[in-house]
Unconditional design. Structure first.
Ligand code: TMP
Length: 238
């Protein structure tokens, strides 16, 4: 199965589409009036920011978390890989080329690194906090698909983690990624073929409901404005 077909199959398999359509219908009933334009609806939700390396994810995460807090939403900002954990140290080692693992072992390390934080993520959601996360399971799937890993297997190891409610894909080409960081690129960043495959896999994943795709090959202010506009359309507040 090609990465593209596999990602499409995975989208159907998860049943996200159906669940999302029901959620969307409920949300429509509670659609806020225009003067209530707010990102407050993101309280208690996971907002994942995704994209290939140097897409501008950190900047958008920081801005979005600040925006949520400014509107009174208790917000946690986090990201994966979480390099601070024991498994995070292992991930650092292979990204620096100090350790070698087969692709499957790397995939499991990335997923296990998310599982290390599962209890904490759930606690935050229970408290009604918004979680802005710089890379989440979709990074695992996109980069894993880019390396030809089996989709069903990849989804199984992610299964049980809290799902992202909304995923913002900051879209750039590998050439733009390279132009934004020309030196000290890690083992993955150096492989433009991998980045191209990951970008293609992201585009397939983004066909599922709950994804916003933003052209991020421009300056920060424009990207921020585009993300805000896409969010407003998505939240029904535009
Ligand atoms: P970072 O540059 O965002 O810290 O991520 C380091 C690399 O790890 C990046 O090239 C993407 C890759 N990655 C995966 O392959 N799978 C994953 O699950 C995650 C979170 C990152």
């Amino acid at each position: 199965m090609s990465a593209k077909t596999a990602v499409s199959a995975a989208n159907n398999e998860r049943g996200d589409g159906r669940a999302w359509h029901h959620a969307a219908a409920d949300r429509d009933k509670a659609r806020p009036r225009p003067h209530e334009v707010t990102v407050k609806q993101l309280a208690g939700k996971i907002i994942a920011v995704e994209g290939i390396d140097q897409a501008g994810k950190q900047t958008v995460c920081a801005w979005l978390a600040a925006e949520l807090r400014a509107q009174g939403v208790q917000t946690e900002q986090t990201g994966f890989p979480d390099y601070a954990t024991p498994l995070g140290h292992e991930i650092t080692a292979f990204l620096r080329g100090e350790r070698e693992y087969p692709a499957e072992a790397r995939q499991l390390l990335y997923a296990a690194n998310r599982w290390e934080r599962e209890t904490e993520l759930r606690a935050w959601l229970t408290e009604g906090r918004a979680i802005v996360v710089d890379r989440y399971s979709a990074s695992g799937i996109a980069y894993g698909a880019a390396q030809g890993l089996d989709m069903t297997w990849m989804l199984q190891v992610e299964q049980g983690l809290p799902l992202a409610d909304l995923t913002i894909l900051l879209d750039i080409t590998p050439d733009v990624s390279l132009s934004r960081k020309t030196t000290a690129r890690d083992a993955y960043e150096n492989r433009l073929d991998l980045l191209a495959n990951a970008r293609a896999a992201y585009h397939e994943l983004a066909k599922a409901p709950g994804w916003l795709v933003v052209d991020a090959a421009t300056d920060r202010d424009t990207v921020r404005a585009r993300v805000l506009a896409a969010l407003q359309v998505h939240l029904g507040t535009a």
